[in-house]
Design a protein around this ligand. Structure first.
Ligand code: ZN
Length: 261
């Protein structure tokens, strides 16, 4: 490989290459991770060093076993994250992906995020691998509730959400450490990965299995791969285009080229 003449030139060529692949693709899929939501002010829920983790051991507090044995501790940790997500707005990367779906350039988004920002941006077909904050489920009778009426008072007062039916504790429908991925979402994501002709990884370091294996499934069936992430991933060597930059700055630039040539 030759060294690029300048970072700006290399990056603009990569953006053009990415736009060409997106224009040609018929069944493109995006795989998004925490990096697409950090520009919206949402800390990476599964990474250390984000402030959320400073007081507690992350794997322990964000786990199903802590939720079961010490829900007040879980909720104490969860409150700032929920509050942050509650107030967050989609950024230009979310909006550009939604525009790609509307224009037929993108079929599906597979996301590792729980913040619902793709939907807020207008994306219709979103597979949520780690669940969602939009609903809560009773740990006792399993009745499901819309989260907003519970989360708003919870973020303001810290009162743990309780079931209206049986007073059981309500668990956010997000996948905690120690929990299985939702099976239907996993099957749907695998199907999307195997059928796509282009996968765009955006803001994921591809470190969390099994989701991190999805681009490999796409590659094995001949799909092209674009990786946009500000740190390298294990698949950079196999990608057609790698852009080591912030997704919120990059994806709108690709969109300009896709829509306006
Ligand atoms: Zn209940």
């Amino acid at each position: 490989m030759t060294e690029p003449a300048s970072p700006a030139l290399a990056s603009s060529a990569a953006i053009e290459d990415a736009a060409v692949l997106l224009r040609k693709a018929e069944r493109a899929v995006a795989l998004t991770g925490a990096g697409i939501s950090t520009p919206s002010g949402i800390p990476d829920f599964r990474s250390e060093g984000t402030g959320l983790w400073s007081r507690d051991e992350p794997l322990e507090v964000a786990s199903l076993s802590t939720f079961r044995t010490a829900p007040e501790r879980f909720f104490q940790w969860f409150q700032p994250l929920a509050n942050c997500i509650f107030n967050a707005q989609p950024n230009p990367a979310h909006l550009a992906l939604a525009a790609f779906e509307r224009s037929g350039h993108l079929r599906t988004i597979i996301t590792q995020n729980i913040d619902g920002l793709h939907q807020k941006a207008g994306s219709q077909h979103v597979i949520e691998m780690h669940g969602t904050l939009r609903t809560l489920s009773c740990t006792n009778c399993f009745k499901q509730f819309e989260a907003v009426p519970f989360l708003k008072p919870y973020t303001e007062t810290g009162k743990i959400p309780q079931c209206l039916n049986c007073n059981g504790i309500l668990k956010p429908d997000v996948i905690l450490f120690g929990e299985q991925l939702p099976q239907s979402a996993w099957y749907e994501a695998q199907r999307a990965a195997r059928q796509c002709d282009l996968m765009v990884v955006a803001g994921s370091s591809l470190e969390v299995l099994p989701v991190a294996g999805l681009p490999m499934q796409a590659l094995d069936r001949g799909a092209h791969l674009i990786i946009i992430n500000n740190t390298p991933t294990y698949l950079n060597v196999r990608a057609d285009v790698v852009i080591l930059e912030d997704v919120a700055a990059t994806i709108p630039e690709i969109a300009k080229r896709v829509f306006h040539g």
